[in-house]
Design a protein around this ligand. Structure first.
Ligand SMILES: *Cc1c(COP(=O)(O)O)cnc(C)c1O
Length: 221
């Protein structure tokens, strides 16, 4: 009997090859479904994506039906990866397993209140761009401490490469975040997207967040 290989399976295989070529092992792939509809979320799950990433609270809530337990009793690990206003945490608390974009005390406090014991990553602005989310590198330690003291489980750090894709800035930023992960004794180093996952893996990423390389170009918002 032939196995069915749909477009998402093929894209996953291609990403697996890119990871291997970059020297990565055991790298977790978060399938970023922002901008795509529920059918894409279901197709991603059927293709074996166990980690789903969403950026917008409203959109995530609208996709709840695609995130339920399946016939095999499995549900995906849902990552919230976008900028998060504190007043939105309550709406998504039942849906989110990991908050990947935690970058300030007020957000930590609200997550600790609405989702006690939740897993979080602290997002670092590793490029110094003023437009970028994430805390300054010198704030990471105190945010990790504050989140832990608030009962959250700090799994690691997350960062986004520079918007202009400058390869030198990308590499330096990723190297900085990897050093921070190590110095704080954390596990997860979430960095790398469709266009810069090779550099991220070379610099020690163990979790990449991939959208367009899996699902094609995003429909405009
Ligand atoms: C959109 C997004 C991604 C995925 O980007 P692609 O270039 O489509 O792979 C990853 N991480 C974050 C934080 C995002 O906002």
């Amino acid at each position: 009997m032939d196995e069915v290989h749909g477009p998402i399976e093929r894209a996953l295989a291609a990403i697996g090859e890119r990871i291997a070529a970059a020297g990565g092992e055991g790298v977790r792939i978060v399938a970023v479904t922002k901008g795509f509809d529920l059918g894409v979320v279901r197709a991603a799950r059927a293709a074996g994506c166990g980690d789903i990433g969403e950026n917008y609270a409203q959109e995530l809530v609208s996709k709840a039906p695609a995130l339920e337990v399946d016939a095999a009793g499995e549900r995906p690990r849902v990552h919230f990866i976008g900028g998060l206003q504190t007043n939105k945490v309550r709406q998504i608390a039942d849906l989110v397993d990991v908050y990947d974009s935690v970058d300030r005390v007020s957000l930590i406090d609200e997550i600790a209140r609405r989702a006690p014991g939740a897993e979080v990553l602290i997002q670092v602005n590793s490029t110094g761009e003023s437009s970028k989310a994430g805390c300054r590198p010198d704030q990471v330690g105190s945010l990790v401490e504050h989140a832990s003291a608030s009962g959250l489980v700090v799994c690691g750090l997350m960062t986004v490469g520079p918007t202009d894709g400058d390869p030198m800035v990308t590499r330096q930023g990723f190297a900085l975040v990897r050093r921070l992960v190590d110095s704080l004794g954390l596990e997860v180093c979430s960095m790398g997207m469709s266009d810069d996952l090779e550099v991220a893996i070379a610099e020690g990423s163990n979790e990449i967040r991939v959208g367009s390389a899996l699902f094609g170009p995003r429909p405009p918002r």
